[in-house]
Design a binder for this molecule. Structure first.
Ligand SMILES: *[C@@H]1O[C@H](CO)[C@@H](O)[C@H](O)[C@H]1NC(C)=O
Ligand SMILES: *[C@@H]1O[C@H](CO)[C@@H](O)[C@H](O)[C@H]1NC(C)=O
Ligand SMILES: *[C@@H]1O[C@H](CO)[C@@H](O)[C@H](O)[C@H]1NC(C)=O
Length: 351
């Protein structure tokens, strides 16, 4: 009996010590591992340590946006992803320097957000290209997010649908041959939306050719060929919010060489991104009827119509953005990120 007890005590303390040692090792390992970037930062401040090229920041794509996969780590030069590795492998969560959370994939349930303990120094980047009216449950994000990435110009990472680039030399832009008047491509027309109402009024005074479901077919690889024949394109956004200007303007109108008739944020807001003489805003007119009158006038006045293209000698539109190019912006932003920042109420800003 006594012997047995002694053996037990001995056994217990042996395991206790073993357990203690293992725990210490595990704690040391995890401190070093999770604080890797902090340690490197401290060293580099003293400039005795250069971050080796093979140690890179890990950026975890938390969900494929709308389940759409795309090649990671293949980025356009303007994004500069040196020193970063992108992955979609969630096993790397605890060593990721940043995770990118695409709002629409997680906004139905908070359980879609990471459930594991959040490593210190990990940045959570909130990514969204949808307007506020199509972005439910913004409050899920309160006090979680360190950086925002969206079409809003005041995002931490501004990632617009398109932009204008300055031409190296004067360009001799040729307006595509025009045989038709007004086009509109629309995939989802809700009858009571503002743009549907406006369209209904406008078509009373102006022939408008509509492409999309239940309308004319816009063939996949013939968008440019089809739309560039029109003098004007209705770049009507699905809702009106600051800076919310999509491919409807950048691709369908400007890139394809049609004069955009825009509905979205204010004219002033558009003028932050494109020249004032490059587009027609529905708000420039007191009614759809007045707008129609003006379009008909321009249709007969070639000189006046051409004025809408004078800016093309200095600038050209860039609209070839896609999921890849948006995510590619995270690397540079992460390298320049503030050491401490949390967005307490996302919904107060994203309106
Ligand atoms: C994810 O990463 C883990 C840990 O590095 C690795 O074992 C696993 O094979 C990876 N999975 C995929 C699908 O690449
Ligand atoms: C555009 O036209 C100007 C004058 O006609 C000419 O000097 C210039 O080389 C042209 N530029 C291009 C890119 O063709
Ligand atoms: C990011 O936000 C979280 C949540 O508020 C915060 O704990 C963390 O310190 C922030 N990290 C950085 C690097 O700003």
């Amino acid at each position: 009996m006594a012997l047995q007890e002694k053996t037990l005590t001995f056994k217990n303390s042996f395991f206790l010590i073993l357990f203690a040692q293992l725990s210490i090792a595990a704690i040391l390992f995890s401190i070093f591992y999770t604080n890797r970037s902090t340690l490197i930062n401290q060293f580099s401040r003293k400039s005795v340590y250069q971050e080796p090229a093979n140690i890179s920041k890990i950026i975890l794509v938390w969900t494929w946006p709308f389940h759409i996969k795309f090649p990671l780590n293949e980025c356009p030069p303007y994004t500069d992803i040196s020193g970063c590795t992108y992955t979609a492998n969630r096993s790397l969560y605890s060593s990721a320097d940043a995770i990118v959370i695409h709002h629409r994939d997680v906004c139905n349930s908070q359980k879609q957000l990471p459930q594991m303990p959040r490593p210190p120094n990990q940045y959570w980047v909130w990514f969204n290209l949808e307007p506020p009216s199509h972005s439910p449950n913004l409050h899920f994000m309160d006090n979680l997010i360190n950086m925002t990435m969206s079409y809003r110009a005041d995002s931490d990472i501004f990632s617009p649908y398109g932009w204008l680039e300055t031409s190296q030399q004067e360009e001799n832009f040729t307006i595509p041959v025009k045989t038709k008047l007004v086009a509109w491509a629309i995939s989802n027309l809700r009858q009571h939306s503002k743009r549907a109402q406006y369209y209904k009024k406008l078509k009373k005074y102006l022939p408008i050719e509509v492409y999309g479901r239940q309308h004319l077919t816009l063939q996949r690889n013939k968008h440019e060929k089809t739309l560039s024949q029109y003098k004007f394109y209705l770049a009507f956004e699905n809702s009106n919010h600051e800076d919310y200007i999509t491919e409807k303007l950048w691709m369908n109108a400007l890139t394809f060489g049609c004069v955009p008739i825009v509905m979205g944020p204010t004219r002033q807001n558009y003028e932050r991104f494109i020249p004032k003489d490059s587009f027609i805003h529905v708000d420039d007119f007191s009614s759809a009827k007045e707008l129609a009158k003006y379009i008909r006038k321009l249709d007969k006045d070639e000189k006046a119509y051409q004025q809408y293209f004078t800016w093309r000698s200095r600038l050209h539109p860039f609209a070839r953005t896609n999921w890849q190019t948006h995510y590619c912006r995270v690397c540079k932003a992460l390298k320049e990120a503030p050491t401490q920042k949390t967005i307490s109420r996302l919904g107060a800003w994203y309106t």
